[in-house]
Design a protein around this ligand. Structure first.
Ligand code: FPP
Length: 249
């Protein structure tokens, strides 16, 4: 750079935490005359690509909505397939995730899950606890209202036991009892498949998240699609209720 010149542009910040609603597996399959399960299987491949890309891009946290508390209402065969996919994902991919220094966290209700799934979730968290790279938060059997109700119940227990006073219950108190209180709020939430709603995902944590809806069905999602969504995020001006734009992370 010649003397006296200043760079005209500063590279916009990469979001620290990206959360993804991986939607459209069924429609991807239907459009090809394939069974829905094929869409979910291809969805796992898209997930692998996305985790790899997120690490390369320098994202710190990625949360994925992999099974919602409401997904139990699907036909038993599809629920079984989704449970099987989680089992296989952890069995097949955990060693590689660990090797890549990924830390796995799980949010959602553990009670009521098959015992072997419960053990796999604990194993994934325990094995990767000391990793310092990308944090992968898997929302499994997750619903945001249920998470907030669980937190409220824990706060109530604290009040009953006398550990905290009624008057000390603030949003920070409740926030400390959420499923992963140390994970920062998502800067960016991406939903694939063209649907434009949050569907009971991270309702507390998304208060100031930027929402980006992309038409791509989840099985087709890749690094280019992720970069496009991040590009849109970087155009947004985040004011967090104030008047001056702030960076999220
Ligand atoms: C939404 O597509 C997707 C899901 C309900 C499940 C998401 C799961 C995966 C991508 C793979 C599983 C990954 C793990 C780690 C278990 P949809 O079925 O609602 O699609 P549709 O709206 O087109 O029917």
């Amino acid at each position: 750079m010649s003397e006296g010149k200043v760079p005209l542009s500063v590279k916009p910040a990469v979001p620290r935490h990206v959360a993804i609603i991986m939607d459209g597996n069924g429609r991807w399959a239907a459009a090809r005359g394939l069974p829905r399960v094929e869409g979910h299987q291809r969805g796992v491949e898209a997930l692998r690509r996305t985790i790899r890309a997120a690490g390369e891009i320098g994202i710190g946290f990625i949360t994925i909505f992999s099974f919602s508390a409401e997904n139990w209402s699907r036909p038993a065969s599809e629920v079984g397939e989704l449970m099987g996919l989680l089992r296989r994902f952890i069995r097949n991919d955990l060693a590689e995730l660990h090797q890549s220094n990924v830390r796995v966290r799980i949010i959602g209700e553990r009670e009521g899950l098959d015992a072997d799934i419960g053990r796999l979730l604990v194993e994934a968290e325990e094995l990767t606890r000391g990793n310092s790279g990308l944090t992968l938060v898997v929302a499994f059997n997750y619903g945001a209202r249920q998470e907030i109700a669980r937190a409220a119940r824990r706060v109530a227990e604290q009040v009953t036991s006398g550990a905290i006073k009624n008057a000390d219950v603030t949003m920070e108190t409740l926030g400390r009892f959420l499923d992963a209180p140390d994970v920062p709020d998502p800067d960016l939430i991406i939903r694939t498949s063209g649907e434009q709603r949050l569907s009971n995902f991270l309702l507390w944590q998304s208060a100031y998240s930027e929402l980006v809806f992309v038409p791509t069905y989840w099985p087709d999602f890749d690094r280019a699609a992720l970069e496009l969504a991040i590009g849109e995020y970087q155009q947004r001006e985040r004011r967090f209720g104030g008047l001056v734009a702030k960076t999220g992370s």
